[in-house]
Design a protein around this ligand. Structure first.
Ligand code: FAD
Length: 286
C-alpha cells in the first residue's frame, strides 16, 4: 500500500454564536479542533450581521494567528456596498487571513438588498481586483440552488463564478452521494475544473433531524429517513447512527476521488473528533 500523502482535504465549518458566553465556549471548541489538524476552518457570517469585523473576522483571525490553522472568512455581500466590502477585505488582509468564501447570501424578508453585488460572481470579480492574492472560495449546490430554474442554468451561473476567479468550491450539504456525483459530472461537462469540496453534516440529535426534515431542500434517502424514524426517541442511538451515516458517505466520497470533505460541525468538537478518528487514514494515505 502507498504511504504517500493524499491531497484529499478535511476541513470544518463553525459559526459565530449570538451570546458572549457561547462565543467564549466556541474559542475552547476551536482549541480542541486544533488537535485534529484540519486543512482549514471556515467561519460563517450572517447577512444580518453588521459587525462582521467583530464576529467572523475576529474568529478567523484567532484561528489563523493564535491557533495557526488556515481560516476562511465567509462574506455574504448582498446587503453590503463596495465601500463596506473594501473595508472588510482590508481588515481580512491586515489580519493575515488568506482566504474568503465569496457569497451573495440569502435575502432577508422585507429588507431590500443593495445593488453593488447582485450575484456572488460580482463579488468574486471585485475581490479579485481589490486583493489579487486572496484565495477565493465559492458555494455550489449539488441539488440545484433554490432560486434556479434548473440544473443547466445553475451550472452555467456557477461557471461564471469560477471564471470570475473562484479557486475552489464548497458544496451545500447533501445526504445522497449520487446527487453529488451527478453534479460533478455536470461541472466537468461545463469545464468547471476547480476542486469541489463536499459538504457533509452529521446528524447527531433529534432537534437537528426535525429541523432538517422541515426546511431541507436535500433528497433524504430511505436509509437515512429510517435512522431518523427508528431512533427518534433514543438520543444515543440516533447520534451513533447519524455519525455512522456521515462516515459511510465520507468513505464513499473519498473512494470515488473527491477533492475534499468540508464538515459542518455545528460548533461541536466532539462530532468532528469522532468523524476524524474514524476516517483519519483516508486523508493520510492514497
Ligand atoms: P450565487 O452564486 O450568486 O447564486 C445565487 C442564485 O443566483 C443561484 O440560483 C444562481 O444560479 C443564480 N445566479 C448566479 N449568478 C448569476 C448570474 N450571473 N446571472 C443570473 N443568475 C445568477 N449564507 C450566509 O448568509 N452566510 C454564510 O456564511 C453562508 N455560508 C455558506 C457556505 C456554503 C458552503 C454554502 C453552500 C452556502 C452558504 N450560505 C451562506 C448560503 C448562501 O448565501 C445562499 O445559498 C444564497 O442564497 C446564495 O449564495 P451564493 O453565493 O451561492 O449565490
Amino acid at each position: 500500500m502507498s504511504t504517500s500523502q493524499s491531497n484529499v482535504s478535511l476541513s470544518f465549518e463553525v459559526f459565530p454564536p449570538n451570546s458572549h458566553v457561547a462565543t467564549k465556549k466556541l474559542f475552547g471548541t476551536l482549541q480542541e479542533l486544533q488537535d485534529l489538524q484540519p486543512h482549514f476552518i471556515s467561519v460563517t457570517c450572517s447577512n444580518r450581521e453588521s459587525r462582521i469585523e467583530e464576529t467572523t473576522v475576529r474568529i478567523a483571525d484567532y484561528l489563523q494567528n493564535d491557533l495557526r490553522i488556515p481560516s476562511i472568512a465567509h462574506l455574504p455581500a448582498s446587503y453590503l456596498s463596495k465601500e463596506q466590502v473594501t473595508a472588510i477585505i482590508s481588515k481580512i488582509e491586515k489580519a493575515g487571513i488568506k482566504r474568503v468564501l465569496a457569497l451573495r447570501g440569502d435575502y432577508l424578508d422585507g429588507v431590500e438588498a443593495k445593488t453593488d453585488f447582485v450575484y456572488a460572481n460580482d463579488l468574486v470579480h471585485y475581490i479579485k481586483t481589490l486583493a489579487p492574492n486572496l484565495e477565493i472560495f465559492g458555494a455550489c449546490y449539488p441539488e440545484v440552488h433554490p432560486d434556479s430554474e434548473n440544473r443547466v442554468t445553475d451550472i452555467k451561473h456557477l461557471k461564471k463564478k469560477v471564471d470570475a476567479g473562484c479557486n475552489q468550491l464548497i458544496s451545500q450539504l447533501f445526504f445522497d452521494n449520487n446527487m453529488f456525483y451527478q453534479f460533478k459530472e455536470g461541472c466537468e461537462l461545463a469545464e468547471i475544473n476547480v476542486p469541489i469540496l463536499a459538504g457533509i453534516m452529521p446528524i447527531v440529535n433529534r432537534q437537528q433531524a426535525l429541523r432538517l426534515i422541515k426546511v431541507s431542500d436535500s433528497h433524504l434517502p430511505k436509509k437515512f429517513l429510517a435512522i431518523l424514524e427508528k431512533y427518534e426517541h433514543n438520543p444515543i442511538a440516533l447520534r451513533d447512527a447519524g455519525l455512522a451515516y456521515a462516515i459511510d458517505q465520507i468513505v464513499d466520497l473519498v473512494t470515488q476521488g473527491v477533492a475534499g470533505i468540508h464538515l459542518y460541525t455545528m460548533n461541536q468538537a466532539e462530532t468532528a473528533r469522532h468523524i476524524h478518528g474514524a476516517t483519519e487514514s483516508l486523508f493520510l494515505n492514497n
